[in-house]
Design a protein around this ligand. Sequence first.
Ligand code: PLP
Length: 368
Amino acid sequence: MIPIARPQLGEEEKQLVWETMASGLLAQGPRVREFEERFAALIGTAHAVATSSGTTALHLALLGYGIGPGDEVVTVPFTFIASANSVLYTGARPVFVDVDERDFNMDPALVEAAITPRTRALMPVSLYGQPAQMEVLAEIAERRGLALVEDACQSHAASIGERHSGTWGAGTFSFYPTKNMTTGEGGMLTTDDGDLAERVRLLREHGMKVRYHHDIVGYNFRMTDIAAAIGLAQIEKLAGYNSRRRAIAARYDAELRGVVTPHVRPGVTHVYHQYTIRVTRRDAFAEALKERGVGSAIYYPIPVHRQTPFVALGYGGDSYPVTDLLTEQVLSIPVHPSLSDDEVTTVVEAVNETAAELGSLEVGASRA
Ligand SMILES: Cc1ncc(COP(=O)(O)O)c(C=O)c1O
């Protein structure tokens, strides 16, 4: 079976982890600082703050902007639940807007209508490795006096023109094992805003600048030096991993038939955390791929507003038609960098045979 993800860790990671263990400095220390500097340089921001996960990076970004009870944050229901959960953790309320059918990301045309006097921030998600329309959303955020938190947990080194995901307002990244680069578990917040970075550092470490002097109520959301050691090896490999992902995606774009392939906006560098197609009879499609030896996954089978805790909060009756449509059609196929050319051929043949068997999906608009 060709798996949907295959984390790649090698001798470089082993060596750096071993050196860290031998140093005796295991918790947040010099390797975390070095990883932060290297990641900030990679993304192109003045600051980067490492955290224990992408979820905690999102949570700290919102707290760092002072968001709390009584506030609203505009985000999308077509995402991993952590985006919306991070808003709930602060006591604020997520307000959902639908996504654009073409790029699966926040539809900027719907944002202004969702803004109320309580709105404090926009939180677009750069899903599957394609940045949301950050330049458009940044203009809205600036004009309406709102903070901007990009959930860039799936878009490491993706860009719009020359500008990377994570360089608008605050960017948050995840280093979960299936991501384009990993630290096991881990996250990062990137920003040019020095005050925000300082507040987030304080919140990350129990409100402590001077040892055992606590200025505010904070958290332990630190990354370990062992995780940072893995990250330091992975950051060197990210460009290679991303270009392999893009090369595999280019073959799929050219060779897949009878399915809707991802739309990439002009001028955008998509880094294909996932290569997500739209198919007819999606669950049968996934089963047929499995029978042909190809793993696949549905990101995500239930939109956030229909998840149990959100239904309990009263979101269940809300209607997001594009999200609902995509939830029924999307299927992610293997695009990880360790796929061999032969495995890519196997995936292409399996998808094309299955589409021929189950029927094609034609969506003219998605090619616009
Ligand atoms: C879009 C999105 N947001 C947030 C997260 C949360 O990241 P983590 O799993 O590192 O907490 C993830 C990753 O799982 C994600 O894909």
